[in-house]
Structure formats: C-alpha cells, structure tokens
Design a binder for this molecule. Structure first.
Ligand code: HAM
Length: 427
C-alpha cells in the first residue's frame, strides 16, 4: 500500500483536481447562460459573516446553527462564521446596498464554496460548492414556479435523468403556529415511540421531526396531521397557484407533505429537486429552496417577500458521473513545437505567441532537449503536425513542418509557418 502523505486535506474537504474541473466548467457555463437569460445578476458575498447573521436568519434550533458552523473569534474579538449557506448573506447585502430602491424584484445569483461541519459521507462534505438564485421583492406565486423551473432547466440542460421536484407548503405566521401546536400535541401523545433526537425536537422544533428518517419515527409521522390541511386561505391559494404553474410548465413534481427543510426562514412554498430511483425513491437532493417572506424583517427593518433556491455542485458532478454524462472535452492541440539548442528555445517563445494570436492550439515541451523525446510526446498527444526548429533552421530563418501521419517533412520560412499550418488545417 502506498505510504500516506504527511499532510492531508481537512476532514470533509477536497481538492478539485483538473479532471473534475471539466464537469464544473460545464455546470458553471449552463448556470451562467440560463441565469443570464432569466435576467439574474451575479453577486458575491464574503466567505465570512458575523455569526449572528446565521443564528438569527437560519434559526437557533436548526442543526446548521447548533452543530454545523465553523465559528471563531478574531483578534479584534468579533465572532465570525464560515458561511453555511447563501440566502441570509444575500438578504443582508440587499438591505445594506439599499436594493429595495431598485425596480423590484431584484434577481441575484451566486456561486461559491460553503461550509458545514457535518459528518462526512457520500454527498455530504464540510466544504462544498453551491450555485443559488434569489428573487427579492416579489410575493407572487409565479416567481416560486419560475425559480423551480430554472433549477429544473439547469439540471435538465446538464442532461441529468430521473429528476423529480418535491414540493410542499409550510404556511406562514398566520397558519403555522396553530399547525405547530397541533403537531406538538400529536407528537407528545406518541413521545415514547420517537427516537431520542425527535423526542427533543418535538418540543423545540416539531416540524423537523417530519423529515426524520428513523423507521420508528416514520410510522408516527405517516399518521401525523399535515400542514397542507391547515393552510390559511392566502397560503392555500398561493400553493394552488404554484402547482398550476408547474402543471402548465410540464415540470414533473410530487407533493411531499413531509418536506420541511432544515432552515427556519421558510414560509409557504418549499421544494427540493431529487434524483429518483426507477422505483421512485429519492436518491438525494440536488437542489432545494423555497419562499422566505419573513427573513428580511428578522435581519432588518423591512418586510421583503422573497423566493430562492440553491444546488450542490459536488452532488451534481457525482450524478453526472454515475449517469455517464461526459462534459465536452477540451479541444485537442493539433500542432507540436520541438526545438533543439538554446537559440531555438528562445525563438520558440515568439512562435508560440504567434500561434496563440492566430487562435491555433499548439503545445511544446520546452523543458526537453532531445528531439527524440519531444517527438515521442508529439506522437502521444496525437497531433497532426510537428514543427522542428533546429540550430540550422534557426540560423536560416526556416522551420520544418512534419506531417505526423505520413512522416513527410517540408521546410518553410519561419515567417510563413502560421499561414502554412492554417492552410493545412483548413482554417
Ligand atoms: P440547502 O438545502 O441546505 O439549502 O442546500 C442546497 C443544496 O446544497 C442541497 O440540495 C445540496 O445539493 C447542497 N448541499 C447542502 N449541504 C451539503 C453538504 N454538506 N455537502 C454537499 N452538498 C451540500 C440552502 O442552502 C438554502 N440557502 C437554499 C435557498 C436559497 N433557499 C432559499 N434560497
């Protein structure tokens, strides 16, 4: 077994190696194209924020705030956290920059690394990348459907198969408190049969019990009262409209009355897009989000209706690989430049630059001196033409073009080499 290197990446964090960059490039291209089309503007917020932003915004009783934040005190005694998600920072940025003065809604998108101190397992990392969309300043249900549609379109454009939108409404400050009470009473009556974690959660955050995966809790959950039956008329109509829009847009969805999500800021619509097995089971969430009409009021002094979502880049890459989706290959170079001798090496830099300006991909191996090893590399790269610049050619202002297939060599003027290669490549 090979010896382990002395330094490892921190637990749950990974290098993104060149072969994975191809998948990511493909994802970022699709995200950029589609968000652009729908009129979203890019925003970047700092990786670090004051911890308060998250404990107030995401909720003190959530797993993220209670267990998963990387928090530390700075030399100036500020308490900061690595961002575990993007929505609270974006609402903060919207308020700080006075974006409520712009024509509403303001549509923003973002891409970057996020951090959660979770137990590492498949699809769960401590540093992961998300892209997200937020639409601020618009209460209409059509926005909920559009955000879901955009995420669906992005995943679809990436050619992912077996996608399913799961959707639910978790009400608002009008109807949720009553439902919470109902649920709490119901869970109290079954307390003995719940797992320890849910026994505690049923008192502090009963909605979170609904997405417990423990079998014994599942039995109790299946009989529990459902939010959907207790929505106020406003939330009910809103949800009905979202569903109608999804029907109209022909997006496959499934009502999931147990979908509550792990962040406290949601109101009304919540959704996840999952990859599902042929039997229809969820194999994990690729994207999730919802409406958060109350968050701006918690973080500032204004009520701003808002809706958004985010998707995990590593999870999408994993599904692309699993489903055999190959991102477009990087164009292969067609020309290899070999040089012999110091003077030729010096001249090579200029030749290389001439090819770059002519937009012809060319490779070299300036570190190698022997022609043999350079030709071996050219063969390995399967280029069409080799250029050989020896001492004699350098002095005469010429260069040899070698057709790598036939082995035929032609001497041309160095000044004409780009044009000669262009001709041969039909460019
Ligand atoms: P979230 O569901 O916590 O929502 O995360 C969104 C996506 O990020 C997940 O569907 C998953 O693909 C990915 N993800 C989350 N945690 C991890 C992890 N530990 N490792 C790898 N991937 C992960 C949010 O973060 C909300 N801010 C979304 C939102 C935007 N809601 C409204 N606007």
């Amino acid at each position: 077994m090979p010896k382990k290197e002395r330094f490892q990446t921190p637990t749950g964090m990974h290098d993104i190696l060149p072969e994975d960059q191809l998948y990511r490039r493909r994802i970022y291209d699709v995200v950029e194209k589609i968000t652009n089309f729908y009129g979203f503007k890019k925003i970047d917020t700092p990786i670090l924020e004051y911890t308060d932003l998250f404990s107030k915004g995401i909720g003190l009783d959530t797993d993220i705030v209670q267990k998963e934040m990387f928090t530390f005190k700075t030399k100036g005694e500020d308490v900061l956290s690595l961002r575990p998600e993007g929505t609270a920072p974006i609402v903060r940025a919207y308020l700080k920059a006075g974006m409520f003065n712009l024509p509403q809604p303001v549509k923003l998108w973002y891409l970057g690394p996020f951090f959660r101190h979770e137990r590492p397992q498949a699809g769960r990392f401590r540093q992961f990348w998300q892209f997200g969309l937020e639409v601020l300043g618009e209460p209409s249900s059509v926005v909920d459907a559009q955000v879901i549609q955009i995420f669906y379109n992005i995943l679809n454009d990436l050619k992912l198969k077996n996608l399913m939108v799961e959707i639910n409404s978790i009400g608002d400050s009008q109807c949720r408190p009553y439902y919470k009470k109902l649920l709490k009473n119901y869970l109290r009556s079954r307390e003995g049969a719940l797992c320890t974690h849910c026994r505690n959660r049923s008192k502090t955050n009963p909605l979170r019990v609904l997405d417990c995966k423990e079998e014994k809790c599942q039995r109790i959950i299946s009989q529990a009262p459902q939010m959907i039956d207790h929505l106020c008329s406003d939330c009910h109509q809103h949800f009905k409209d979202v569903i109608e829009f999804l029907d109209e847009a022909e997006i496959p969805y499934r009502l999931n009355p147990y979908l509550v999500r792990g962040l406290d800021y949601y109101t009304k619509t919540v959704f996840e897009i999952v990859e599902q097995s042929p039997q229809g089971e969820s194999l994990g969430s690729l994207s999730g989000g919802g409406r958060y009409d109350g968050l701006a009021k918690i973080l500032g002094r204004r009520s701003i209706a808002a809706m958004g979502g985010a998707a995990g880049v590593e999870r999408i890459v994993a599904v692309m690989k699993e489903q055999g989706i190959v991102p477009a290959k990087i164009a292969k170079p067609k020309v290899f430049l070999s040089q012999i001798g110091k003077l030729a090496k010096v001249k090579s830099l200029k030749i290389f630059e001439d090819f770059r300006k002519a937009n012809i991909l060319i490779v070299e191996s300036l570190g190698r001196d022997s022609l043999r090893s350079q030709m071996a590399k050219a063969n390995k790269l399967e280029v069409s033409y080799g250029l050989i610049l020896g001492q004699k050619e350098t002095l005469e202002g010429t260069i040899i073009i070698r057709d790598m297939k036939t082995g035929k060599q032609t001497i041309v003027k160095l000044d004409n080499v780009v044009a000669e290669i262009k001709k041969r490549l039909n460019k």
